[in-house]
Design a protein around this ligand. Structure first.
Ligand code: ATP
Ligand code: MN
Length: 483
């Protein structure tokens, strides 16, 4: 297999007249003469011209869609249009046959995304999923590059933990017990003191609390790892296993936090636009095609490419929750009772229909909402002084994106011990279990802030896909853990 050249490099090369070797999977074989070969390095196929009169018919028969082959031949300037170069085959070796009668991925009739989800082990072989996963790769790399350029420390927070950061309780339990027969205490409850970790544990829902510990010495840290939520949300925006990026920065306030998040989002989107221009071009066309199926008034005003460029060129709109509520109350859909959840008072959480109205209809650009009511946010968010009306808010921020809704959730953290303890008491968060978290407020506490970016929601935005299950290789969601 030595000296294999990848198709991406080949298509960019100007050097014709040389012998080369390529490997890949057959995408099409026309007229017993033209093979379209792909190796995943690019969406484009290389054309291989077969001298079929002088090729063993048994070999020709085995060149079927999906087969893995190795080709040696001469790279020549292409005679046809659509490509610069092609290969005149001198030797073709079948590495792996692919029975056309049984191969589920016949690309003649464009398979639906739903069907491809059922054959997720093979969907990488389509143009759409090739593009998605190359873009996902670039975004992940760009996240690291962004933080590394700024001197952040990549901190690995634990996957198994005994704490539930939000206190929301939507966790997956981790246990070594024989489930049919777990040890019980005298009062009949499951006795976790006999379990592997001698306490009840779960898969992490967020690395934030541990991230804060790191930031209280390393100053600027970020995590980038898997998180798990057992929420039964069968939506196009939720997964049970997703990847989250969580920076945590000492000495930052909420404004610094918003700047960091906005800079980061723009940086990684720009990186993907530069690095994956062809893939994003392809995904833009895909989305435009898909939207042609929709009624005119439901189609986007901008193409995917335009949306991404627009996001880079414009400042995100920043306003408080209270200002947003005023806008929503006065909005046409609210007055015409078009919202499923009418916006009446101050204090309730925004539904995604409200978020989407603000982003897609009112401001028509990404929005950062700040200073939410403290009742609807987590215990660790920094408390503001009550306003003139006695309303109590916290230094929270959510970033809302068109078509996605919430993409980032973050806050300035409460660094004052008494305030934090008081809030934990009010919310019934056990202080003794979080003794280590409270210690950072005892020993050299300082203002700090951070956020969580749901990586798949970012990939959704950049690829223009409609369902989060299509931007992670093997999605985990209720009733599905196949592959
Ligand atoms: P939502 O209201 O959309 O459920 P959340 O308020 O539960 O989000 P956070 O706990 O703030 O979200 O998590 C931080 C980020 O992680 C979110 O902004 C979002 O991008 C992402 N996220 C949260 N839950 C999921 C999920 N189930 N699947 C994929 N991404 C998620
Ligand atoms: Mn949630």
């Amino acid at each position: 297999m030595s000296q294999r050249i990848k198709i991406k490099a080949l298509l960019e090369s100007e050097q014709t007249g040389i012998d080369i070797k390529i490997n890949g999977w057959v995408r099409a074989f026309r007229q017993n003469r033209f093979i379209a070969l792909n190796d995943g390095s690019t969406n484009n196929n290389i054309q291989i011209v077969v001298d079929f009169e002088n090729t063993d018919p048994n070999l020709l028969k085995r060149i079927t869609v999906g087969a893995a082959i190795s080709v040696t031949g001469e790279l020549i300037a292409s005679l046809g249009k659509g490509q610069k170069v092609e290969i005149v085959a001198k030797d073709i070796e079948i590495l792996g046959d692919c029975d056309p009668e049984k191969y589920p991925l016949q690309l003649k009739n464009r398979p639906s995304l739903e069907f491809l989800r059922e054959i997720a082990h093979l969907r990488f072989r389509t143009n759409t999923f090739g593009a998605i996963f190359r873009v996902r790769n670039s975004l992940a790399f760009a996240v690291h590059q962004f933080f590394q350029e700024r001197g952040f420390i990549y901190l690995h927070t634990p996957i198994i933990t005994a704490s539930d950061a939000e206190g929301a309780g939507e966790t997956f339990h981790v246990t070594n017990f024989d489930l049919a027969n777990p040890p019980k205490t005298e009062s009949g409850e499951i006795d976790f003191s006999q379990d592997f970790f001698a306490k009840a544990t779960n898969l992490t829902v967020s690395g934030q609390l541990e991230g804060e510990l790191g930031a209280m010495a390393l100053s600027d840290i970020y995590t980038f790892g898997p998180t798990f939520r057992a929420e039964n949300s069968n939506t196009t925006r939720h997964l049970a296993e997703f990847w989250m990026i969580e920076p945590e920065v000492a000495f930052n306030d909420l404004n610094d936090n918003m700047d960091l998040a906005e800079d980061m989002l723009k940086y990684v989107i720009k990186y993907a636009l530069d690095k994956n221009a062809e893939d994003i071009e392809f995904l833009t066309q895909r989305l435009t095609e898909e939207e042609k199926q929709k009624p005119q008034n439901e189609r986007s005003e901008m193409s995917l490419l335009e949306k991404l460029q627009f996001c880079l060129d414009n400042d995100f709109e920043r306003l408080t929750y209270t200002e947003a509520i005023d806008i929503l109350k006065e909005s046409t859909p609210n007055k015409k009772k078009k919202f499923q959840y009418p916006v009446e008072g101050w204090g309730t959480d925004l539904q995604s229909e409200h978020e989407r109205y603000l982003v897609e209809k009112h401001f028509k650009k990404p929005v950062i909402l700040t200073d939410y009511p403290k009742e609807i946010k987590a215990f660790y968010m920094r408390q503001n002084e009550p306003d003139a009306n006695g309303r109590e808010t916290v230094r929270a921020m959510d970033i809302l994106f068109p078509g996605i809704g919430e993409i980032v959730g973050g806050s300035q953290r409460e660094e004052r011990l008494e305030k934090l303890e008081q809030r934990m008491d009010e919310m019934g968060i056990p202080k003794d279990e979080l003794w280590w978290y409270l210690d950072t407020r005892r020993f050299g506490a300082c203002p700090h802030a951070g956020f969580g970016l749901g990586f798949e929601r970012l990939v959704l935005f950049v690829t223009g896909m409609g369902n989060i299950r299509d931007v992670i290789p093997f999605p985990r969601y209720p009733k599905n853990a196949e592959f």
